[in-house]
Design a binder for this molecule. Structure first.
Ligand code: 6AU
Length: 257
């Protein structure tokens, strides 16, 4: 069965953040997210500036940046406006609600103030969602739950994945979707973001497992997350970003037929 387009889904979306993101994907014709796992401010901003035109979402691990400061956030936010992408801080929160709220809002990074999207492990139960939502909803942010993981031997399978879906369904005001390898439910229109994507290699020697963009999109993914496949050693990152964007968008267009 053909799937509805991102634009059509945007019209029926009740969550404003998810709606804005689907509109952005349609407008920009990109379902590619770059996973910017780099450890310097200059490198992070360089990636955002050079790859910004090709992506819908810039994914950060802000705690690996060795020279983090508020200016990094200000510049990244300006680049997000200039190139029209959203920012996803891949924080993978995993504690009780009260603690994650503090980690999300306070500390060095003040993630809730600048990241459109963040993510959380469902392992503590629904309190992790309400804790994060108390800081995220007033700021118009969105949360992804890690329903599955791309790494070999992941424990996020079976009833764990099913319970994650149930937790998401109970919190439509904040949960916009999942980190997962495939579409998980038709009970609500969630966004599915898939890491573990590579066109050239199958793994990284540390448990990561790669599939192609086409495999992910065929399985119902909406956003393909690519890190080292774009900027790994010896790569022409702009050429690779274009290649991954084209492969991912072509697979999306096929899914509409
Ligand atoms: O393409 P890579 O392997 O260089 O990078 C993949 C990126 C990394 C991981 O922290 C992240 O995707 N990731 C996640 C996310 C996005 O939450 C979940 C997962 O199961 N696997 C995974 O690789 O930044």
């Amino acid at each position: 069965m053909p799937r509805p387009s991102y634009g059509e889904r945007a019209k029926n979306q009740k969550n404003p953040l998810a709606q804005g993101f689907l509109e952005l994907m349609e407008r920009k014709q990109s379902n590619l997210s770059v996973a910017a796992d780099v450890s310097s401010k200059a490198e992070l901003l360089e990636l955002a500036n050079v790859l910004g035109p090709y992506i819908c979402l810039f994914k950060t691990h802000i705690d690996i940046v060795e020279d983090f400061d508020q200016d990094l956030v200000d510049q990244l936010t300006a680049l997000a406006k200039k190139h029209d992408f959203f920012i996803f801080e891949d924080r993978k929160f995993a504690d009780i609600g009260n603690t994650v709220r503090l980690q999300y809002e306070k500390g060095v990074y003040h993630i809730a103030d600048w990241a459109h999207i963040t993510n959380a492990h469902p392992i503590p139960g629904p309190g992790i969602i309400t804790g994060l939502a108390s800081a995220g909803v007033p700021r118009g942010r969105g949360l992804l739950l890690l329903a599955e993981m791309s790494s070999a031997g992941s424990l996020a399978t079976g009833t764990y994945t099913q319970s994650t879906i149930d937790m998401a369904l109970a919190h439509p005001e904040f949960v916009i979707g999942f980190v997962a390898s495939r579409r998980l439910t038709d009970q609500a229109d969630f966004l599915y973001m898939s890491p573990g994507i590579g066109l050239d290699v199958k793994g990284d020697g540390h448990g990561q497992q790669y599939r192609t963009p086409a495999q992910a999109i065929e399985g119902g993914s909406d956003v393909v997350i690519v890190g080292r496949g774009i900027y790994g050693p010896g790569k022409d990152r702009v050429a690779e970003a274009k290649r991954y964007r084209e492969a991912s968008w072509a697979a999306y267009l096929t899914s509409l037929e």
